[in-house]
Structure formats: C-alpha cells, structure tokens
Design a protein around this ligand. Structure first.
Ligand code: ATP
Ligand code: MG
Length: 612
C-alpha cells in the first residue's frame, strides 16, 4: 500500500479531552475519529487492526469447536420481558421510539444476546443428542453507557464476540468453560496482551462461576487484587483476604465517653487515642422486600446493619450478595444506605454515633464482617448523640450468632492484605481493563424462557448454559495501553495494521524510489502486509509519523546508504538499525515477522504475577 494513495490522517495535536494513552494515540495516529460521545469511525488503519483482532478471535473460536452464526441487533422487547432484564438493564437497554401501536417501541438494540440465543435454542435444541453445542457471533452491540470514556474503551456501540454453550450436565458445562478459558488465553496471548484472568462477580448476567480477563493499565475502570506469588487474582468486587488474626486481650468493661461533635472515624480515633483498626463502623441500610404470607405478597420495610472495622470499607457487591442470600425466599426490592432520618429513627442518635450494641432486636439482619468478630475492646458509637463507647466486645455486647445475625466477608480488600489461602502472600491492588468475561450461567435463562430438552430418560430439563464475551475494540486499546512509548504505538505483530513499513527517504531520487518500490513489491509477494511511505516529505517528518503509527518493522531506503549498496532495517521497538543489502532485506523481514507471530502464538496462560 502506497501511503500517498492511502488515508492515514495523523495529527500532532493531542486532543484536550483525551487522557488515556490509547485514546490519545488512536486519535493522533489516525486510527479512529469520534463522531459523537461514545461513537467512533474506524479510519482505514484502525479498521485493519480491528479486522486482524477479529480474525484471531474467529480462528481460535473455530479451532475450539464453536460454530459461528449471526444474530440481529434489532430485538423484540418481549424477549427481554421474558427474562425480567428490562428492569435489570435499565438505561443500558436502548429502546427505539415511535408512535404507540407501531413496531418500534417494542424493539430494542441488543446490548448482548442471551435472550435471542436462548430463543433459538428452545426452537431447535430438543434432545440431549444435540448437546453440547457452542454457538458464537461477532456482532455490534449497543449500550446506553452513561459515561462513554477513554476512546474506544467504553463506547455506546462496540464489537463483541459472544458465545453461548448448551449442555445436559454441569460436568459438560465445566469442560466447555475450561475450553473457552484456554481459548481466551490463546486469543489474548496471540494479540500480545499482558493479560491476567481473575475471579469475577457475575453481576446482572447471572450465574455462579465467572472469570474476567484483565489488562493492567491506569486507564482501566476496574480494580483487581493480585497476590505477589500470582496464586490469587480477583476483581476487587469479589476479592477476599486472609481473615485477621484473633485479638487476645482480656475483655474490659464497656464504658461511655462524651465525644461532642466528633463523628468521623479519624476524629474519634484522635479524641479517644485509639486507631481505626480498633473501631467498629456501623452502617445502616434501608431495605424493602416482598415476602409471601398466606399465599399473598406482603411488602415490608426495615433495616439491615452491617459492621466493618474502622480501617476497612464495605464492599457493596459482597454485601448485596450476602443480603440476597439472607433473604433467600423474598424479593429484595430496595437496598440502600439509610437516610439520616432513618438512621436517627433506628439508633435514636445523630448520624455518626451508631453502634451495634442493643440494635439487634430492632433490625431485620445484623451482618458482621468476619474481621469484626475477632476484635477485642473496640470503640464504636453509643447510639446517643455526641457519645461513643469503649471496650465493646463482640459476642458479649452484641451477638455474633443467632437468627438475625450473619457473619460474612463483606469488606474491600486493601493493598498489603494477605491472600485468602496464604499467610505470606500479600495482595496488590491495580487498575485494569476488562477485555473478556466467561460465565457459567446455569439455567437462569433457559428456565425463564422455558428452553428445555429431553434427557436420556425422555424427561424435559432446562438447558444448562455458559456464555463468553470478548470486546474486540478493547483489545486494540488495551494493546496500545500496553505497548507504546513517547513517540507512539508499538504494535504487536499479530494485530498491527501493517507488518512492515518501507520508507523512501529521498523520494525524488529515482534509484531510491525504484529500490524501495521493488522491496515493497517483493514483501507483498511474500504475503506480508506492507505500507510504503512514498510521500514527498522530509525524513524527520516521515520518521515521526512512522513512530506514531507504530508499524513493527521498518526498512529505510536512503540515497546515502544506497550509494554503498545498503538499506537499513530495524524494529520499531528498539530502533537499532542494521545495514543490509536490498537483496537480503526481504528474507530478514519475512523471518522476523514469522518469528514474532510464532512467539505470540506460543504465549500460553501465564502466571498472574507476571503482570504486576
Ligand atoms: P464493563 O464492566 O466494563 O461495563 P461488562 O461487564 O458490562 O463490561 P460484558 O457484558 O461482560 O461487559 O461484555 C463482554 C465484553 O464486552 C467485555 O469484557 C468488554 O471487553 C466488552 N465491553 C463491554 N462494554 C463495553 C463498552 N461499553 N465498550 C466497549 N467494550 C465493551
Ligand atoms: Mg463483565
């Protein structure tokens, strides 16, 4: 491809609103153009890279035995009503608008395709003999993201590879899950991503077992906890730490202390001369739920109180899971931090002075973090405005067992906590981008949509499902986040828009142009993706552009070297120039491309610690 006849609108300007490296570089290198918030045009160079990612994903999915199909972006709202996800998705689910009675208000733009695939499955997968099967597509998704961010990392329209597997047993699902997990390792390895697979929360998708594939970068919106040895890695939403060692001090008598106007943990500590880890934070939540009484739904409201150590923060994801389990046979309609009025009503004190002592009778559940149960002589609010208590002891001054009490891990892990199963393996917290996600869904969708098959005994059973997603655009951005320098992008060979760039330094010189042009043609004949910078521009300008767009290999043809019968060959990575003859250079490039691709192909599942 001759640059002079191609379309690569590079620019020196750094866009004001772009902070993530990938965002800045994708705009500057002329890969993408923002059309509106969260909507991008892929310019030719960006689109070539995206198509290479797509090709790798397709090859690996095919190799894993998955079968490609294509589902529509336009979906009937009724399918989403069947699974109750119209509410669960909220504003993310984009609905078409139109006059009442028209088809449009009953149509959505698919943010994902569980409903559509389950509808297909219930039509065709009728017997255990048709199972297992794994169906996938590479399709555009639409999501009403409130805050599109960081270029193509979070957009309202994006390309996803989504796969859905169907099984007649959990063992079979586990096997497919493992195959997809390994396939994802191969895909991300081939794309040159320094990824890590972490245990994940299943969120609105549902299901039990789930892993996310993460790439560490400050531009990410997720946080992960990775242990120093790499033995443990989890999304912060679900990460857990080794329980704190039990304290052994003798319990002292509880005493009330006047602490006028001192409500925040730090201030209380200073006032009482104690440390946050010796305090108990008492968080009050309002809950509204439906319970069935005599066959009728009865709505009730009440309080849930959660306790964590003063130096710990509540993990709302874990807490919510514990609450849903605790109210297992009820439908939790509303669960949120209580309003000041509600806190005052429960504790009889202003906000900031709540404590667990004496509260259990008045609340619906008391949820005690594991690390609180082993505290001794802690300080906490006195349930009396302007007062705290000292020497509160779990089990003595508030219950840690009984009907209303749940002891669970409900806190956020922090830097330096120990991994859950190791006493000498500290956790590190890092920001990351999620590039892929695998779930064991179970029967959530098949039950809701009555997708059943006949088992070996001829009995109808709901299909057991798994689902597996990859964000293709995020792979591009994550690759750039991981591989760039001050000058621009350094593409991994596998997804580079071109594998090699031939730069003619003196384009007005006939021999230079002839030689460069011949090298270009020979490289193309060797089946490589070649960009030929034939533009009539200064050398410095061309080098800057070449650095910016980051083509991995570079052949430089200049008048001076050519006079000595040589051209230069180097890698974008290190810029160490090698002088070789024009006859040699083609073979060298072919070899270098082959070696790099093979190296990426060998990138196996690696140790989580390698990304720290
Ligand atoms: P996130 O937590 O970042 O919003 P998600 O959990 O909603 O992502 P999934 O529903 O698991 O994402 O979608 C599968 C994959 O699609 C993700 O792993 C990610 O790579 C990609 N993806 C999801 N949302 C977006 C988006 N708004 N823009 C670009 N890619 C996305
Ligand atoms: Mg996800």
């Amino acid at each position: 491809m001759r640059w002079s006849q191609y379309f690569i609108p590079t620019t020196k300007e750094t866009p004001k609103d772009a902070t993530a490296a990938s965002h800045v570089l994708m705009l500057r290198a002329g890969l993408i153009r923002q059309v509106a918030a969260g909507m991008y045009t892929y310019l030719p160079l960006g689109y070539r890279a995206l198509r290479k990612v797509e090709q790798i994903v397709r090859e690996e999915m095919d190799a894993a035995g998955a079968i490609e199909l294509h589902m529509p972006v336009l979906q009937p709202l009724s399918l989403w009503e069947e699974t109750g996800r119209v509410e669960a998705m909220g504003d993310v689910l984009l609905r078409l608008a139109g006059p009442e009675g028209d088809w449009r208000p009953n149509t959505v733009l698919g943010p994902t395709h569980e409903e559509v695939i389950t509808d297909t499955a219930r039509a065709y997968l009728k017997s255990y003999k048709q199972l297992p099967i794994n169906l996938y597509q590479i399709q555009t998704k639409f999501r009403g993201e409130a805050r599109p961010k960081s270029g193509v990392l979070r957009t309202r329209e994006f390309l996803m590879k989504d796969a859905y597997s169907f099984h007649d047993s959990l063992e079979c699902l586990h096997k497919a899950y493992k195959t997809m997990y390994d396939t994802y390792c191969r895909i991300f390895g081939r794309c040159g991503l320094p990824y890590v697979a972490v245990e994940a929360d299943s969120g609105a998708i549902g299901g039990d077992v789930s892993h996310e594939f993460m790439v560490l970068t400050p531009a990410g919106e997720d946080s992960v906890a990775i242990s120093e040895s790499g033995g443990y890695a989890a999304n912060l939403e679900r990460a857990s730490a080794h329980p704190a060692p039990p304290q052994t001090d003798e319990p002292l008598p509880m005493e009330e202390v006047h602490t006028p106007g001192v409500g925040r943990v730090e201030d209380v500590c200073e006032f009482l001369g104690t440390r946050p880890e010796q305090m108990i934070k008492t968080l009050v939540y309002d809950i509204k739920a439906l319970r069935v009484v005599d066959g009728k739904d009865v709505e009730w409201t009440g309080w849930v109180v959660a306790l964590v150590r003063g130096d710990h923060e509540i993990n709302e994801h874990k807490l919510e899971r514990v609450v849903r389990e605790a109210f297992d046979d009820e439908v939790v309609l509303h669960f949120e931090l209580a309003t000041p009025d509600s806190i005052e009503e429960l504790t009889g004190a202003a906000v900031g002075f709540a404590g667990p002592q004496g509260l259990v009778e008045r609340v619906d559940k008391l949820i005690v973090d594991r690390d609180v149960t082993t505290m001794r002589n802690a300080a906490t609010g006195a349930n009396k405005t302007d007062y705290h208590v000292r020497n509160v002891n779990p089990g003595r001054d508030f219950p840690i067992e009984g009907d209303k009490v749940v002891v669970a891990d409900i806190r956020m892990v922090v830097e330096g906590d120990l991994a859950p199963n190791a006493e000498h393996d500290p956790l590190h917290i890092r920001t990351a981008i999620e590039v892929g996600h695998v779930f064991e869904l179970g029967t959530k969708y098949s039950e809701a949509m009555h997708a059943t098959y006949l088992n070996r005994d001829g009995k109808p059973r709901p299909l057991i499902m798994g689902c597996y997603g990859i964000g293709l655009n995020r792979i591009l951005a994550a690759a750039i986040e991981s591989h760039h320098d001050d000058g621009g992008i350094i593409w991994p060979m596998s997804i580079a828009p071109f594998e090699v760039i031939v730069i003619a330094l003196d384009p007005r010189d006939e021999t230079v142009m002839q030689t460069a042009s011949r090298i270009h043609d020979e490289l193309v004949n060797a089946d490589l993706d070649v960009l030929f910078d034939d533009r009539d521009e200064r050398a410095g300008f061309k080098f800057k552009d070449a650095d910016l767009i980051g083509i991995p290999l570079r052949v430089i043809v200049g008048k001076k070297s050519l006079a000595g019968g040589m051209v230069e060959f180097c890698h974008r990575r290190d810029d160490e120039k090698q002088k070789v003859t024009p006859a040699e250079v083609v073979g060298l490039v072919v070899k270098a491309v082959g070696e790099e691709l093979a190296g990426l192909g060998r990138a196996q599942a690696h140790d989580a610690a390698s990304v720290l």
